[in-house]
Write a new protein. Structure first.
Length: 503
């Protein structure tokens, strides 16, 4: 599939079909194509270096997908940046790609040496009747190996790393991802900001199937009652989010099939999906299908999928992440990189047609994580621990760095978390190491309480004592913090930094 050609075809054949719906505006396929072509024509006149990455700054508005498509048409990589990003991170990204231009769909602080094309300018370019549309010219476009988009992720050096996802990577992903909804045209929910690669699942799978993408902005996410009503009004059928966001939604009594009768499928990625979340959704949406997927940003959104059936829920405490998509192989490797037999735990290695081209201008990190296998196929070391069953089903059991050493003992934090979840009144648990001079000196448990349970000292003491009956004493966290809700990042993931501040 060529996603740009697909969007053009839909824009010609069904121009009035809604492509994106936002809280205050929407845009059709025809209008998306027309505005994108006009902006692409203008970008060609900017005389930027060929293939120069262009940062696109903003949040949830029609101008974000217009800018993305315009960059692609004019032969440029787009680099999404969200308004929730700190100013320092935005400056780091703009400097990293050395772009003289930023497409700023929202107000952005001045960055020295960088020209901003703001919303007013975008509107003048795209909406002026006198301007040529440029809809049928021969665009430079993107070759298979050109970088379609770059998403910046946290780097161990403190500077973000730009993941280079090629046009071929995205098209290979889109040759498979519509199968997650049987290729059916429908209405997708977009929860994640465009700077988070989970948004690629709903945005581009939606466009590839001629669907409508309904986008939640940050104000709606802060007001889940209004968010549920917005979802109901727009008849969302395909829910795409992190599991944490679904947990947040389940805090609303109105989040159920009675209120949202069109909602028929949940697609999860970005975090481990727990049996607790699935059971909660089963109670509220008994007829909906729940799909678990897995894949790092470096392998283009996700590369596995499994429907979580009642049978799996009954028999599996660790939910599977699914079978690898066509064109992808996943295996577990030992510390020397050797393949392990089926069922043995090791680092998950992903190879295939959606493995990205590495990190932008970061050869050292690229060499550490990306490689070619013995057959020359692009491969990626995920840093995730897991195993692959003999029938190909993949399980992810946590990060390779999820182990800590405390007083000479090697401890798997996930082991403690699993035992906390088995205690009465516990709805969620995160265990974090506390460092002193760079060395782990104790552990802290942050415990999500079920409704109605108290937060007294006696309760914390009970948790530590009960845990001590299940695991060795050296594994019992010294500190227990009781919470009614876990903090989340703007991407809908667990906010581990905020949790660290609580210990």
């Amino acid at each position: 599939m060529d996603i740009i050609a697909e969007i053009k075809t839909i824009a010609k054949e069904d121009p009035n079909r809604p492509a994106f719906v936002f809280r205050r505006e929407q845009i059709s396929y025809g209008e998306l194509w027309k505005r994108s072509c006009r902006l692409a024509l203008h970008l060609l006149g900017e005389e930027l270096d060929p293939k120069q990455p262009i940062p696109v700054y903003g949040h949830k508005s029609v101008w974000m997908p217009v800018c993305f498509l315009a960059c692609s048409l004019s032969g440029h990589t787009y680099v999404p940046m969200d308004v929730n990003m700190p100013d320092g991170r935005i400056t780091d990204i703009v400097n990293a790609v050395a772009s003289p231009l930023v497409l700023a769909t929202e107000e952005l602080a001045e960055i020295r040496g960088v020209h901003q094309m703001n919303r007013q300018v975008l509107e003048e370019i795209c909406l002026g009747d006198a301007r040529p549309a440029g809809e049928d010219i021969s665009w430079p476009g993107l070759a298979a190996d050109d970088i379609h988009y770059m998403i910046f992720t946290s780097g161990s050096t403190g500077k973000p790393k730009g993941v280079k996802v090629t046009h071929a990577n995205l098209n290979a992903y889109l040759s498979w991802s519509p199968s997650l909804v049987e290729g059916r045209r429908g209405i997708f929910l977009n929860q994640a900001p465009f700077s988070f690669d989970l948004s690629v699942m709903d945005t581009y799978t939606g466009l590839a199937t001629g669907s409508t993408v309904v986008c939640l902005d940050r104000d709606l996410i802060r007001d889940m009652t209004s968010a549920v009503e917005f979802i109901r009004q727009n008849g969302v059928q395909y829910w795409v989010s992190t599991p944490s966001f679904a947990d947040l939604a389940m805090g609303e009594a109105c989040f159920d099939a009675k209120r949202l009768p069109e909602l028929s499928r949940f697609l999860f990625c970005g975090e481990p999906l727990t049996p607790r979340t699935v059971r909660g959704l089963r109670e509220r949406f008994p007829d909906a299908r729940i799909i678990n997927t897995y894949g790092p940003t470096e392998t283009t959104v996700c590369v596995t999928a499994a429907e979580i059936t009642d049978e799996i829920l009954k028999t599996e405490s660790l939910l599977p992440v699914g079978y690898a998509k066509p064109g992808t192989e996943i295996y577990a490797a030992d510390t020397e990189g050797r393949r392990l037999p089926g069922g043995q735990v090791g680092e998950l290695i992903i190879n295939g047609d959606t493995v990205a081209a590495g990190y932008y201008h970061n050869d050292k990190q690229t060499a550490e994580h990306f490689f070619r296998d013995e057959e020359g196929i692009a491969s990626y070391r995920t840093g995730d621990m897991g195993y692959v069953r003999k029938d190909g089903m993949v399980y992810c059991s946590g990060r390779a760095d999820g182990q800590v050493k405390l007083h000479g003992y090697r401890i798997e934090l996930g082991d403690i978390e699993k035992n906390l979840l088995a205690l009465e009144g516990v709805d969620g648990a995160v265990v974090l190491p506390k460092l002193r001079d760079g060395v782990v000196h104790s552990l802290a448990a942050l415990v999500l309480q079920k409704e109605g349970w108290d937060s007294s000292y006696a309760r914390r003491k009970y948790i530590r004592q009960s845990l001590g009956e299940r695991i060795p004493s050296y594994m019992v966290p010294k500190k227990v913090v009781l919470l009614n809700a876990f903090p989340m990042t703007m991407n809908g993931k667990l906010d581990r930094k905020a949790l660290e501040e609580l210990i």
